[in-house]
Ligand binder design. Sequence first.
Ligand code: MN
Length: 708
Amino acid sequence: MLYKLKSMMNTRLGFLLLLVFLIWIKTVIVYYTDFSLGLTDPFQHFIAIINPIGFAIVLFSLSLFINKAKPSYITMLAFYLILNLLLYANILYFREFTNFIPFTTMTGVSTVSKGLGASTLAVMEPRDLLYLLDFVLLVILFSIKQLRIDPRPFNKLNAVATTLAGAAFFSLNMMLAESNRPQLLGHTFDQTYVVKYLGIPTFTIYDAIQTAHSDQVKSTANGTDIDPDLKYVHDHYAKPNPKYFGIAKKKNIIIIHLESFHQFLLNMKINDQEVTPFLNSLYNSNETLSYDNFYNQVGSGKTIDAETMLETGLFGLPTGNYFNHQGTTNTAQAAPAILNQDQGYTSAVFHGNVGSFYSRDTVYKNLGYDYFFDQQYFDAAEKNTMTFGLKDKLMLSESAKYLEQLQQPFYAKFITVTNHYSFDLPDYDSDGFVTSDTPNQTVNKYFETAHYLDSALEEFFNYLKQSGLYNNSMIVLYGDHYGLTPDQTPYAGSLLGYDQNNWSDFDDAQMQKVPFMIHMKGLKGGISHKYGGEIDVLTTLLHLAGINTQNYLQVGTDLLSDQHNQIVPFRNGNFITPKYTVIKNKDKVYLNKTGEEIDLALNPELKNKISKWNQQVKAKFKVSDKINRLNLLRFYTPAGFKPVDPSQYSYQNQIERLDKIRNDLGNSSTSLYSKNDDKSTTSMYKTDAPELKDNRDAIDNLHSVENQ
Ligand code: MN
């Protein structure tokens, strides 16, 4: 048996199979130790385990077409080495960026590739030496002559057969992947998916093709391509409401990105406790402009789609997300740059995840963000983080020391993460809130993280008030997208009085409502029933800040304008008007007031209206998508705007830079720190986060309670 195996390995095909076996085992080990592929069901594990095989056979088999033995073996080993290098490079990249190497990084085109080198070495680990074991094994086997080069030429037909066998295996892999994840390659939003279903080399090739295609598409565009889009935006301009225009001029603008936050959480009670008592008080305050018919309009890019709409006034992409696919190279005319150039704002993002996630650290430069405080600026010890980064209470409280150094007015965005799937809040972070006991655990846990986020925001607002920032800031809160999926929402709906057994597409559409609140001291607020969505936010905010938006290519309209367009379009083609909810792909129309389905056959007039609205919705997406796909803003600079030069932005040594600016400005420094007589305000920040030293007793007590 052993002899048979040995004699087989000493044929060319046998050697090929040995190499396939080695790279296969190694890749699977890497999948389970170095990568986190998010494999859920057994079928996904199976696909991941087999996916390195097909490609390796095809690649190695190419060497069988070389007649002479030695060059053939060398070629095969060279391919083997390439696959190993690709794998190891991805291991290192993944440790740093929790993602796979984009093709543009590999070729050095993207700015990300600069500054890699040193940090890459830092993530190498001693155990990585184990990944050399196969090479050691091969050298030993050859030197003790257990492995020999087979001098016989390889039959061409057999070579073809081997390649075909590999290709067949790969096709089978593709089919299985497609059955588990339809439209895997058509609708990529997470590159991990391509790796988990088709493997690393396939991912690299796929990404290279995508990049080449996207570059090619852009290269065909020219300056006049933007003319129809300029006309569209001009024709759909909604002029600002004079009652609100400029009321927040030169005020700080603080954006709170409420992760996965449904509107229905507001004013909701579970076991007689409010889920989000603080946000409820904001929502119902007469100094808050609140909306109760405001919808998220994200597609597969979710969080990034929400950010893209907020910052650029254009939609997320039809597939994938703008940040990863266009944002690193496209020209943008975005909120931070507009506010800076028009009104002298300083801008910053605070986020508890790593900066490279979704290429934020590159895209933010193109948007004109002056500062980006990502995970490395916070204490990201394991107890402080959950899957998507630092817990909100810690991120917000630790941000104070950076926020107080920003020159005012500032535009500061806080991206929260704790209320992110899978909503696994540790017991010690809960303040005694007793959640629901629906049969769906995810739903029950969702209320706990939402409650935590609410408490984190209360602490943050208390600090704003204590420090005085509150008095000259406009605070804007929005839910980025749904948190519960359509199969989970009915369980939440049952707590809200919906009939879970008669759940309809209308109910699903209603569940896409998210909060939108503008809070400012002295603001004449109230709950508005106007219909709108995330695409309308940027224009609304700029008008409040007293900035004319007429020359910018933003496709939303000011929610406060009398001319605001109340048709709310969704990425899947559905749309909602103040009266109707239109589920396009199922040809269903519901009356908003009652939730009843309308038979269009009996109402031809409405049918006509709907098809007209449908054209409008399509036109809106078409304009936005074309601008992004062809990178058209590079051809158009609005009057008074200077294109952003990303090379002028850096997120290194930010603290030193803030100090230097403060010192250079001397008495004219407008930072909170300077206004507070050069004293820090961080002691004004009170948090009950048990992870912090001052609150350790709480955490220790909780542990001992748990242990009893
Ligand atoms: Mn999100």
